[in-house]
Design a protein around this ligand. Sequence first.
Ligand code: SF4
Length: 154
Amino acid sequence: MTASARTLVSACLLGRTCRYDGQSKPSPAVSAWLAAHGGQVVAVCPEELGGLPTPRPAAWLAGGDGAAVREGRARVVRGHDGGDVTAAFLAGAQAALARAPDATAAVLKARSPSCGCGQTWIDGRVQGGDGVFAALLRARGVPVTTDEDLPARG
Ligand code: SF4
């Protein structure tokens, strides 16, 4: 990776307390991978960038994955009352990408309804599919991976 390359990273993996429960998920494996690969790290939390508070109610996708949400075929809802937070998730994904529109990679938190890659919470359980932010990045051609996939990829 060149020194000018930029990598988008879920902020909670770098210790920011931006998760729905007010906690973080610092990952030594992610920090080590970023240090080894060089370039600039751009930490983002798409849910906060979408205007949602921290802490906030847990949310999941309803009726489809992040790609379906982006196409208007599915929604994002709060788990406890079904309140629709789709607009905040979509706006947050766009705002997060805008922090590094030239990003060449993304390392994201596994299974998050925003950041999950390949697996995320849909209709109350973990299913195949991307979160909303990961789906946007994939559509823009940015390679995405999760904190849990990094060791296998080196
Ligand atoms: S939206 Fe992404 S960065 Fe923000 S807390 Fe959830 S997993 Fe972490």
